[in-house]
Write a protein that binds this ligand. Structure first.
Ligand SMILES: [Zn+2]
Length: 318
């Protein structure tokens, strides 16, 4: 590998055509250095997850000054339709069948709008040695980096990213089915190394989360030998298994978390997490308890909930 001053170019890539005849396109940045691997970065598959996009702007400024071995390809807003609607999913008006962008990979040239969109992006994934798919959780989710269980490179790169928590699927084969259509699953089937950072806070740019995102990517590029920066030793990290410890609302109502319960807490099965009330009659509808022992990695702050909605997520410790 040879490090050379970065040559940067920007292009528009047409992905699909809307019913009106208007094109859906994305802006693609290419940073080319000397010979070396290719890393593909994307943010905002979900339109309210803005900190990946903010991280890529910070990284852009750093890469323009850097000597690089290999190529970095970055798409800062991969799902412009959801972004422009300020929505997590893509508007039903353009794709009622597949509103979640991260459930249709690797796409289909003859499919729904979103399947066609993703199929046009898949070439970029296939051309990459490593993919970093940036997401952000809500304010009530532990920041973490997800790796592909059983894939050594994915785990190593997730670790050097530098977050306090790593997350993975407990049973890789079961998760292939459960998470079919996610980019990480499709890429795993195609033999591509993927990590999925879940930075803090959707809907708003969190300056610290954006900085941690840019630092994390830089650490990964350093680990791959693409930047000369020595990656820092990661902090002591907790590995969590997303084992489906999902606590759901039995009925609709207003949810109030129990006092003293917070994300990051280790809880035992049966621990009280909160109460669901009827907001009109004040009737107590559900005493919400932990369905399993583990670490609370998400706890809803959006209090008006509908039956079946996730109130908390509990992960197992490695
Ligand atoms: Zn997301």
């Amino acid at each position: 590998m040879e490090h050379e001053t970065v040559s940067h170019s920007v292009s528009e890539r047409t992905l699909a055509r809307l019913p009106s005849g208007t094109d859906v396109s994305v802006t693609v940045h290419r940073y080319e250095g000397g010979p070396g691997p290719t890393v593909y970065l994307q943010a905002a598959q979900h339109g309210i997850e803005l900190n990946g996009t903010a991280a890529l702007r910070r990284l852009h400024e750093r890469l323009l000054e850097a000597e690089l071995a290999g190529t970095v390809v970055a798409v800062p807003v991969v799902n412009s339709l959801a972004f422009d609607h300020g929505s997590y999913v893509t508007p039903q008006a353009v794709d009622a069948v597949n509103p979640n962008f991260n459930r249709v990979w690797p796409g289909n040239d003859d499919g729904t709008l979103q399947e066609r969109t993703v199929a046009s992006l898949w070439e970029l994934i296939e051309a990459a040695d490593v993919v970093i798919d940036l997401h952000s959780g809500t304010a009530d989710m532990l920041e973490h980096v997800r790796f592909q269980n059983g894939e050594h490179d994915s785990r190593r790169l997730a670790s050097v990213f530098g977050a306090d928590y790593l997350m993975t699927d407990p049973e890789p084969d079961r998760s292939l089915e459960e998470y079919r259509g996610t980019l990480r699953t499709a890429a795993r089937l195609a033999g591509t190394t993927v990590i999925v950072p879940e930075l803090s806070n959707s809907r708003q740019v969190d300056l610290e989360a954006a900085r941690r995102g840019a630092d994390g990517i830089e650490n990964v590029l350093g680990e791959l030998g693409m930047l000369r920066t020595e990656p820092l030793d990661p902090p002591s990290q907790t590995v969590l298994y997303d084992d489906g410890g999902r606590v759901g609302a039995d009925r609709s109502g207003l949810f109030e978390p129990a006092s003293g319960v917070a994300i990051g807490d280790r809880v035992s099965e049966g621990r009280e997490l909160g109460t669901l009330y009827c907001p009109a009659t004040f009737e107590r509808r559900q005493s919400v308890t932990a369905t399993t022992s583990g670490v609370i990695y998400s706890l809803t702050l959006e209090s008006a909930v509908t039956a079946g909605e996730k109130l908390a997520g509990i992960a197992d410790l490695e």
